[in-house]
Design a protein around this ligand. Structure first.
Ligand SMILES: *[C@@H]1O[C@H](CO)[C@@H](O)[C@H](O)[C@H]1NC(C)=O
Ligand SMILES: *[C@@H]1O[C@H](CO)[C@@H](O)[C@H](O)[C@H]1NC(C)=O
Length: 400
């Protein structure tokens, strides 16, 4: 099986870096997985099942409710969209009961609204949900996706040999490139290597993928969100440097608007995902989202930090008990700073952070609160603010 794969690699000219011109800032959009999972029961749950109606509804809401206007562009299909068998020509096929007009119809529909369509595949023999994988079919699948008008591919890694990923994921990058259609390439490669105890070569990841998952799937819980934040803080030396225009670390979906996060926790996820220069892929039900969640997701000042053209991922610069400080360098010498208070009880509390901790050399900075949309004035030597438990204060600082 692998022989075809190796032959293809040998016969394909070496591509020095992923140069598809895409994701110069982190991609933004929506992905069904966390909220809708592998629900294929369109008979009993026609509104929430993985099928044409869900994606058309989401496309409509993305276009009409202000999401597209602030930069959310991708509407992405995750696992469980296909039939369990390939067609007579060996191509993947959408389940015709759930996608009666096929995937190209959905892509055309997304494009007609100024949006883009993403799809899901797997590097192994089968997807995580047991649908056909792309092993031995990389070129066919890339070609199929391109013919359908797909704009982004998430390639998962279930049911594969992790030791083959260093050759296989780049092979898919070349197969996508060979179609001539610009397709954003999202890799699960480093997460599978991490989970298998293999040292990840992020240089290699970054020249082959537009974005990549480093850590476990997000769940609809605050524990899951803080677990990811801790991994990003504790392991930042391993991979934060690999992020930049065209190539991003992906801490997984935004769950703002789902069932578990409080208002403050929702702001915390949005703030830290902006510090991470993370892809902003919401996984929620845009048909029934609260005004508070919507306001957080549409916060243009926080989105501007996420999308800052310098593309530098931010770092945790202080962790002291249940208090953390995160800092991201922005273009034009400004800084985004997040004070994160992780107490699980009590009241809001006053914190002070020195300019030394923030690595600020200017004598004074002005600070603007990006959630309150308020200028806080000029600060010298230190910045102080009151922060809610499991909440954040996020400011943009500009040197004077
Ligand atoms: C394919 O790769 C080449 C070389 O990096 C690049 O110039 C081109 O834009 C890529 N094409 C697509 C469709 O990704
Ligand atoms: C990591 O990948 C890069 C790019 O492919 C390569 O040049 C380098 O030798 C690799 N490093 C290791 C330790 O394998």
């Amino acid at each position: 099986m692998l022989m075809t794969c190796f032959l293809m690699i040998l016969l394909t000219p070496f591509v020095e870096s992923l140069n598809n011109g895409l994701t110069l800032t982190p991609p933004m959009g929506w992905l069904d997985w966390e909220r809708f999972r592998c629900n294929i029961d369109c008979t009993n749950d026609p509104v929430n099942c993985i099928g044409e109606k869900l994606f058309m509804d989401i496309i409509d809401h993305m276009a009409a409710d202000g999401f597209k206007d602030v930069g959310y562009e991708q509407v992405n299909i995750d696992d469980c969209w296909s039939l369990k068998e390939r067609d007579a020509q060996g191509r993947l096929q959408a389940d015709p009961k759930r996608f009666p007009h096929g995937i190209k119809y959905l892509a055309d529909y997304a494009h007609s609204k100024g949006l883009k369509l993403g799809i899901y595949g797997d590097f192994g023999t089968h997807t995580c949900g047991g649908y056909p994988g792309s092993e031995d079919h990389l070129q066919t699948d890339a070609q199929t996706f391109a013919e359908w008008g797909i704009d982004m591919l998430k390639l998962d890694g279930c049911n594969s040999r992790v030791q083959d990923m260093d050759v296989g994921y780049p092979a898919m990058m070349r197969a996508l490139n060979a179609t001539g259609r610009p397709i954003i390439y999202s890799c699960s490669w480093p997460d599978y290597q991490r989970a298998s105890g293999i040292k990840v070569n992020y240089t290699n990841i970054a020249i082959n993928c537009n974005l990549w998952r480093n850590y476990a799937d997000i769940q609809d819980s605050w524990d899951s969100v803080t677990g990811i934040i801790d991994y990003y803080g504790n392991s930042q030396d391993l991979f934060a440097w690999a992020a930049g225009p065209g190539h991003w670390n992906d801490p997984d979906m935004l769950i703002v608007g789902d069932f578990s996060l409080s208002y403050d926790q929702s702001k915390a996820q949005m703030a830290l995902w902006a510090i991470f220069a993370a892809p902003l892929l919401m996984s929620n039900d845009l048909r029934k989202i609260s005004p508070e969640a919507k306001e957080i997701l549409l916060n243009q000042e926080v989105i501007a930090v996420n999308q800052d053209p310098l593309g530098k991922q931010g770092l945790r610069v202080l962790k002291s008990g249940n208090f953390e400080v995160w800092r991201r360098e922005l273009s034009e010498k400004s800084l985004a700073v997040v004070l994160f208070y992780r107490a699980t009880g009590g009241s809001d509390k006053e914190f002070s952070v020195s300019f030394k901790t923030l690595n600020i050399t200017a004598a004074a900075v002005t600070a603007r609160d990006l959630f309150a949309h308020k200028d806080l004035g000029t600060f010298k030597e230190s910045f102080d603010a009151r922060v809610n438990p499991s909440g954040v204060v996020m400011v943009k600082m500009t040197p004077q």
